[in-house]
Ligand binder design. Sequence first.
Ligand code: ADP
Ligand code: MG
Length: 732
Amino acid sequence: MSTNRTAAMTDVLHREPVTVNLPDPKISVFFGSNVFSDAEMRNHLSEEAYNSVRNSIEHGQKIDRKIADQVAASMKAWAMGKGATHYTHWFQPLTGATAEKHDSFFTAVATAVGVETFSGSALVQQEPDASSFPSGGIRSTFEARGYTAWDPTSPAFIMETGSGKTLCIPTIFVSYTGEALDYKAPLLKSLNLLQDAAVPVCQYFDKNVTKVNATLGWEQEYFLVDEALFLSRPDLSICGRTLVGHYPAKGQQLEDHYFGTIPERIFNFMVDFETESHKLGIPLRTRHNEVAPGQYECAPLFEEASIAVDHNLLLMDVMEKVARRHKLRVLFHEKPFAGVNGSGKHNNWSMGTDTGKNLLSPGKTPRTNLQFLTFFINTIKAVHDYADLLRVSIAAAGNDHRLGANEAPPAIISAFIGSALREVLNEIENRVNEDNFDETDKTDLRLDIHNKIPDLLLDNTDRNRTSPFAFTGNKFEFRAVGSSANCSKAMTTLNTIVATQLLAFRTEVDALIKGGENKDSAILKVLRRYITESKHILFEGDNYSEEWAKEATEKRGLSNVKTTPEAIEFYGTEKAKKVFVSNHILSERELHARQEIEFEEYAKKIQIEARIYGELVYNYVLPAAISYQNELLDNILKLKAVGLKEDHYKEQLDLAQTITLHINHLRSSLERMVEERKRANRIDHAREKAYAYCNEVKPLFDTIREHADMLERYMPDATWPLPKYRELLFVK
Ligand code: ADP
Ligand code: MG
């Protein structure tokens, strides 16, 4: 075995599970202990300051400078009491990761004397160097600077890293001209829009509703590999996925991994990161093995969407840090291993009112059922009308491997609602007739609906795992989101399209009411039309099948956009402008900037993979293959030298030929790819460059991989230089 791989395997085989000391057997004792929560604020702030912060959280009111100073002083006292020495503005730049720049509380005031300070202005605003974050051209043409601004809707927290503790203040990140340079600002705007659009619709049914929040419960899938094996593979350590590698004899065919027992070493890692997450107030609840070997999942209780987004990003960060303590590396890439399931991040989404009602939960009375149907059908209509925008919200180089790969939802956006609700919709469509519908009739449709819906909640069998957007009893589950994604992107779009739809709905219903129609029948009539207009987005069958791809595109006119660059085009459509710009979620410039950034990011990702292919082939696979080729040729020459006939070394010759063929093809396909890469690199324009990488460079990856994988198959295990799939996936 090659020395790197041997050394790594030796390390792995000697690993001991790392024990974890729980702060307390009861999670409730330490849950949220590192969060400057509402309760902590109440404890630490004056009544005036507390009320001002609450007003800002609930009504978006500005916090004045004097109050900000008070809040900063209290936050500092709280954080220092817990051992924090530094603070940072914590934000979500368009790189997809989170960013932080730490400053010490400590300030030297005179020679050898210092104090710890943290002022209101340091809390409210900071200026990280915006030039090192993507801006899609916003920066260069206008102001070079950007600033982060405190987002009081998300609580400050203390991040513990090694022996250091840092107070983190969630912020938005904007340019000096006011354009968003992050994912958080548009998310918050979309949440406000949804609230403004949904509240008046709720009031058709319940005058007490004054607030509506989008709720999000994500499910995070990930792979774990041993650190030593991870580090001896440049593809894994640089790209987060294997670029070559051979599917093992035992993969997931036996389907014995899902929900199987969790090995001790992995289990300890889970306990450890869950504990850290609980201290940060992340309500993690479930953990289990996923379908693929080496793959796992965790999920929290759902929360308000913006908090849930922050918590998901924090969790990913915590998991990466904690994994190292256990000599493990966590892979959030959507497709780390060929031939093995990839990872997603299901986004369970709904809307909740301040009266405690889940708007996507079927009710117990005709009244609440009509409310449920209103939000349910409007969501379907939004998905139907703006499917392309949902598609671009999940587009990324990594997710291209998943969507449509017969293991994850396809690139075709459709919605699954189950047969019972489908029947309810059919009935509305058939019975709510423009002319003779009598909503006061006792055999009225609403009573039927009322009798039918409750069964649904009990019947969980009607599930479709292949749908990208599935109704699961009391929420929609957007399954096509990639495991490494910032949920903000998908959630901003979903909130915005549903809000846009609800605004249109209200206008239509109000117009009918004004024309003398009774409210309920006005609502039902508009809903009926929506059902007719959007039903071809509903699909109950197997989304993985080829028939569906054919039917969707040929009969139903749905799009099947398979690559990220094509999906990114949707940012430039009139629909995108109508939805994002006219609702003030993104300005036209911001929309354009996002398109540029995503084209650039796509090209960069593929470019890096292309370079790592060069390293893998020239530094690892080719040298090993040539050694083996030599060994075979030596053997043949020796057999010949002792006077044996060709019959006796025919097999060696044949093997040498096979090895030689793959060596030659491997190198020539790599060189062809390098030529294409050079051509792509000469293109300045972000869009064209992305297409060149997608259509000219990337397809050659498959050819390179095919030959490298054939060499892995034919070469002696002892001389193969890279940790193999069976080691990466099965050795715990
Ligand atoms: P499943 O059978 O899909 O596992 P669960 O009820 O366990 O169903 O929920 C799965 C996920 O859905 C969890 O992460 C949970 O937090 C989330 N979820 C449940 N209700 C809601 C809701 N009203 N809004 C958003 N997410 C929700
Ligand atoms: Mg799920």
